[in-house]
Write a protein that binds this ligand. Structure first.
Ligand SMILES: [Zn+2]
Length: 214
């Protein structure tokens, strides 16, 4: 089936957000997005319900419909219990705050057991740290640094990350990486977001969205 839209918008900029049958995104980080083709296909296969749509028509010789922007699966998919180890997810686990001093500024990573001493880059050895604390600790072991850790690093579950990232503004911002048409609701959502830690959270989430630890 050949489909055409009646406007100039690139269809590549119209992904559909995919929700599970419980109406939560299949994944938050990265956000679960399907191409418009996959979204339409799943509508025709009756595997999803349309929750919301774009103001864009797609047409074929025999039918026309509005392009879905949010779809929900009809069958529940059990989410992965262990999220990927990514830069963004480490920050999310640590709530975008330095695990030594609590700052939200200039966040980077600290290896508890320094790499120079064989420390691994994994969930159990990497914590979020601000640049100042990272420099201060340097290549020392925690016990020799005189610094105190807020929370020992751990492998989070998907639930843990969902809990920390349960922020509609964050989700909308994630979408804007792909979809400029979400800018308006995004601005509106930011205007509702009055506390500064939430705003810091947003800024970091934009900067580090979907980037990975190396
Ligand atoms: Zn710090």
């Amino acid at each position: 089936m050949t489909m055409m839209i009646n406007e100039n918008l690139s269809l590549e900029k119209c992904p559909a957000l995919v929700l599970n049958a419980d109406y939560r995104p299949l994944s938050y980080y990265p956000l679960s997005l399907w191409s418009w083709q996959d979204a339409i296909k799943s509508v025709f296969l009756d595997r999803v319900s349309i929750v919301s749509h774009y103001d864009r028509m797609i047409r074929s010789p025999s039918f026309s419909m509005q392009l879905p922007s949010v779809i929900a699966l009809k069958s529940f998919i059990k989410p992965r219990s262990n999220p990927n180890f990514t830069r963004f997810n480490v920050f999310l686990r640590d709530k975008f705050s330095c695990q030594y001093c609590g700052s939200n500024d200039e966040l980077t990573f600290d290896h508890l057991l320094p790499r120079s001493k064989g420390g691994k880059t994994d969930w159990e050895n990497v914590v979020t740290a601000c640049s100042a604390c990272n420099v201060k600790k340097g290549g020392r072991l925690l016990k020799n640094s005189g610094m105190k850790l807020n929370q020992w690093p751990f492998q989070p579950t998907t639930e843990d990350l969902h809990r920390n990232g349960k922020n509609p503004v964050l989700i909308i911002l994630s979408i804007t990486e792909y979809n400029p048409f979400f800018v308006a609701p995004c601005s509106y959502a930011i205007s509702l977001c009055s506390n500064s830690s939430a705003l810091n959270f947003l800024i970091f989430s934009l900067s580090f969205f979907s980037s990975s630890c190396n």
